[in-house]
Write a protein that binds this ligand. Structure first.
Ligand SMILES: C[S@@+](CC[C@H](N)C(=O)[O-])C[C@H]1O[C@@H](n2cnc3c(N)ncnc32)[C@H](O)[C@@H]1O
Length: 293
C-alpha cells in the first residue's frame, strides 16, 4: 500500500472527531470573543481542523482570518487543492485571492509553509485571538516551545491545545505479552529521543509546563484515539489510519538494537493481518487543553 502523509491526515479525521474532548470544546465555544477574530493554527497539516470547525459550526459568524502554518511542503500543496474543493462540496462560496482563499466572503484563509519558529521570528507583529495546536505539541521541545508559541497571541487570547499524546498505547488482541510490552516501551522511548524534541507523556506534563508558562487552564480532559471495527469493518478510512500507525512503529523501531529484526517483522505482519481481518483495536491516550496564557 502506498503511504502518503496528507492521506494519513485525511484518514485521521474521523478518529479525531470522536476523540476531541467535548467539555474542552464547549469551553472554547463559550470563551471565544465576539467580533472579528484572528486564528492561527500551528502544525496545521492539510487543514482538517479548519474544516471540522466549520462543519461543527464552532466558529462565530463574523469576519475571521485563519492562518495555517505547516513546515511540510506536501501538506500545504495538498491543502491548496483540497480546502477549496471541500468548501464548494459543503456549500460554501470560495474566492481565490492573492492572500489565499476567502470562504463565504467572511473567512480569509492563509496557507503558510514554514517552520513555526521561523514564522514567529519573522513576524513579530502577528497577534491572534486564538492559537490552535492539534496533534502537534508532543513533537516539540517542551516547555521551551510554549513562550514563543504564546507570543503569537494578543493579551487575553486563548490557546486550544489538543490531542497531546500521554504515554499509553494499546493494541488488542495481544500477540505476545512480553514482546508487545517491549515494543510499546521502545516506541514511547523513540518519541522521547527525537532530536527535534518530543515527549511521550506530553499530556500530563503540560499541567506543569503551562503553570511554568503562567498560562491559566480553562479546561482540560482526555481525547483518546479509540479505533475499532464496527460490524466487521473500520469506519471511514480508519483501516488506512491503522496502516499508518504500524508504519510509525516500523519507521521508528525498524533498526532498534533491542529488537530481533525477524521477530519484529513477524510482529508487524501479524498486526497487519489483524487490520485486514478487522480485528485490531488501537487505543492511544491523549489530552486536550484550553488555556489563557
Ligand atoms: C501529527 S501532524 C498533525 C497535523 C494536523 N494538526 C492534523 O492533526 O491533521 C504534525 C504536523 O506538524 C508539522 N510540523 C512539525 N514540526 C513543525 C514545525 N517546527 N513547524 C511547523 N510545522 C511543523 C508536520 O509537518 C505535521 O504536518
Amino acid at each position: 500500500m502506498e503511504l502518503s502523509f496528507p492521506h494519513y491526515l485525511l484518514a485521521k479525521q474521523s478518529v479525531d472527531d470522536r476523540a476531541l474532548n467535548r467539555s474542552v470544546l464547549s469551553a472554547l465555544q463559550n470563551s471565544l470573543p465576539g467580533g472579528p477574530l484572528r486564528i492561527i493554527e500551528v502544525g496545521a497539516g492539510i487543514g482538517t481542523m479548519l474544516t471540522r470547525l466549520l462543519h461543527w459550526q464552532i466558529l462565530p459568524k463574523t469576519h475571521l482570518e485563519y492562518t495555517l502554518v505547516d513546515e511540510m511542503p506536501e501538506n500545504i500543496t495538498f491543502a491548496r487543492q483540497w480546502l477549496p474543493g471541500w468548501a464548494i462540496e459543503n456549500g460554501h462560496t470560495v474566492e481565490i485571492n492573492q492572500d489565499g482563499f476567502c470562504f463565504d466572503n467572511i473567512l480569509q484563509i492563509h496557507l503558510i509553509q514554514a517552520d513555526i519558529f521561523d514564522f514567529i521570528h519573522a513576524s513579530s507583529g502577528f497577534k491572534a485571538d486564538l492559537l490552535i495546536a492539534h496533534a502537534f505539541l508532543d513533537l516539540l521541545p517542551l516547555p521551551e516551545a510554549l513562550p514563543p508559541l504564546f507570543s503569537l497571541l494578543k493579551p487575553g487570547g486563548l490557546a486550544w491545545l489538543t490531542v497531546n499524546f500521554d504515554g499509553l498505547t494499546s493494541l488488542e488482541p495481544v500477540l505476545n505479552p512480553a514482546q508487545d510490552a517491549l515494543i510499546e516501551r521502545l516506541y514511547h522511548q523513540s518519541m522521547d529521543s527525537r532530536l527535534s524534541g518530543g515527549d511521550s507523556q506530553t499530556g500530563r506534563h503540560l499541567f506543569g509546563h503551562l503553570k511554568q508558562a503562567q498560562a491559566e487552564i480553562v479546561a482540560a480532559g482526555a481525547s483518546d484515539w479509540v479505533v475499532y471495527p464496527i460490524q466487521g469493518q473500520y469506519p471511514a478510512e480508519e483501516a488506512y489510519f491503522l496502516h499508518f500507525i504500524l508504519h510509525f512503529f516500523e519507521s521508528s523501531l525498524g533498526e532498534h538494537p533491542a529488537l530481533d529484526p525477524a521477530a519484529f517483522k513477524h510482529w508487524l505482519a501479524r498486526r497487519l493481518e489483524q487490520i485486514q481481518h478487522a480485528e485490531l483495536v488501537y487505543i492511544a491516550h491523549q489530552m486536550d487543553f484550553l488555556v489563557r496564557p
